[in-house]
Structures are given as structure tokens and as C-alpha cells.
Design a protein around this ligand. Structure first.
Ligand code: MF3
Ligand code: CO
Ligand code: CO
Length: 254
């Protein structure tokens, strides 16, 4: 399938939804503390989206039961909110996808619960840098494979592995559009980026092995096979005439 080029009106709509998704993650910071359950955080996310006239794209998506994904520690992604109680030293990913006036915005980030180890801090720092490095590859004419090439070169140089079983994706008019954006890829492969394309980059970086296994109990929660930590950051990216803009980077972190 051809990759959609969004028009000005669509870009405005996706920009607003992306902003809201980012604001939702910001709002959740105060609740990502020891003692709170991931289900409680989910409730707060749902309240926030509802209050701002948005829907969650994940709630009911192929039977997924969360308004956000909550993925602590060894959970790579797609963690289902539930009774898990956050504890001091945990790392937690929250992934929010909003639908506002029919437009989708998708972003995730990491939360340090209480005081986390230096090892965990390093993983978060490198994973955030992976997203930044991926964003630097976003400009007209460049090939999608160079995103994954740059990210994986950097992650490997730091001794981490890159999850290959889940990818970034086109986004905006639907939750998951073409193309798939791999976070590990050969140089100069894939289609070329054009202004008006909108997609996510969402590297999942592991301390140990790259492989994921999905919990049989819920069919969603994807964990590292060795129980070691995993981290992820995600932005919704618009290719512009001379580079890109992260529509979900509302707080100028990137
Ligand atoms: N928001 C996730 C992504 O970045 C997808 C979550 S799908 C769900 O693509 F069903 F697990 F919620
Ligand atoms: Co995504
Ligand atoms: Co997401």
C-alpha cells in the first residue's frame, strides 16, 4: 500500500490529537508513584481523555482492555492495566493513543517510580537517545530503513538489544497505517520519506535478549524472555519540507 500524504487539514487534526496524547502522559506523571496500581493509572488516563472529548484508540482495539498500555520493568509493550502495584525502583512505560475528531496521536514514555537504579537510568537515557537518533533520519528523500539502521547501531554500541517483533507505523487517519517502521534495518533500504507523511518511531530497547514473549494469560503483555528490563519512547512524526516535526513532543524534550 502507498504511504498516505496528509493534507493541511488532516495535519492540523493529527497535531491536536498528538498534543492531547502528550498532555495525557504529562498528566499521568503525578500518579506514577509507588503504591498505585496500573489500573488506577488507566482510570486517570480514561478520565483525562473523556474530559478532553477524546477517545482511547487502544480501548476495545482487538479486544484490548486498557485506555493506555502500562508496561513495567520486563514488559516490552502492550501491558494490560491491572492490579499490579507499582513499587520503588520500578520503571514503567505508559503508551497513550488518542482519537480526537477522528484523528489519531500516539506517544509513549518512561516513568521512574521512586528511586531507580543507575542501570535502569542508563537504559532510559539510551532509549530516549535512540528515538532522537531515529528522528534525525526523518527528512524528505531519506529511506525508512535508515531510521532502524541508525537506532540499532547506537543501541548495540551501548550493549543493548533492539526489539524486532514490534514496529513503528504510519498513523493519523487510522491507528496503524503503512509503512511499518522497523527499529533495526539495513542501511538505505525501504521507501523514501516525503513531506506530509506521518508515522511513529517507537524503539523498544532491552538490557538482555531482544526476543519477546506474549503472556498466555491475557494474550497481550509482551515480556523479555530473560526477565531483564526493557524501555520504550514513542513520538508521532510529521515529515516536513526540510526535516521533521515530532507532533507529540509538546514539552520540547526532543
Ligand atoms: N500504542 C501502541 C503503539 O504504539 C499500540 C497499542 S495496541 C494495544 O502502536 F492494543 F495494545 F493497545
Ligand atoms: Co505506535
Ligand atoms: Co503507542
Amino acid at each position: 500500500m502507498a504511504i498516505k500524504i496528509k493534507n493541511a487539514k488532516q495535519i492540523e487534526g493529527i497535531r491536536k490529537s498528538s498534543r492531547l496524547a502528550a498532555e495525557c502522559l504529562k498528566y499521568l506523571e503525578e500518579f506514577a508513584v509507588p503504591g498505585n496500581t496500573t489500573e488506577f493509572i488507566n482510570q486517570k488516563a480514561l478520565e483525562f481523555m473523556t474530559r478532553h472529548k477524546a477517545k482511547s484508540a487502544t480501548l476495545g482495539y482487538n479486544g484490548f482492555k486498557g485506555a493506555v498500555c502500562t508496561s513495567p520493568n520486563d514488559v516490552i509493550c502492550h501491558g494490560v492495566p491491572g492490579p499490579y502495584e507499582l513499587k520503588d525502583g520500578d520503571i514503567l512505560n505508559i503508551d497513550a493513543t488518542t482519537i480526537l475528531n477522528g484523528y489519531y496521536g500516539d506517544t509513549c514514555k518512561m516513568y521512574e517510580i521512586g528511586k531507580v537504579s543507575d542501570d535502569a537510568k542508563d537504559l532510559l537515557k539510551v532509549t530516549r537517545e535512540c528515538l532522537r537518533i531515529g528522528m534525525k533520519e526523518c527528512f524528505p528523500g531519506n529511506r525508512f530503513g535508515n531510521i532502524g539502521y541508525a537506532i540499532s547501531e547506537y543501541a548495540h554500541s551501548k550493549g543493548y538489544s533492539v526489539v524486532y517483533e514490534f514496529c513503528g507505523h504510519g498513523v493519523g487517519l487510522k491507528f496503524h497505517e503503512d509503512p511499518e517502521v522497523s527499529h533495526i534495518a539495513p542501511k538505505n533500504t525501504g521507501k523514501r520519506m516525503r513531506p506530509g507523511m506521518i508515522f511513529t518511531i517507537e524503539p523498544m530497547i532491552n538490557v538482555g535478549k531482544a526476543r519477546a514473549k506474549v503472556d498466555k494469560s491475557d494474550g497481550w503483555t509482551a515480556r523479555t524472555i530473560d526477565g531483564k528490563l526493557s524501555a520504550q519512547y514513542e513520538h508521532t512524526i510529521l515529515v516536513t519540507d526540510n526535516g521533521c516535526e515530532a507532533l507529540t513532543d509538546v514539552y520540547g524534550d526532543f
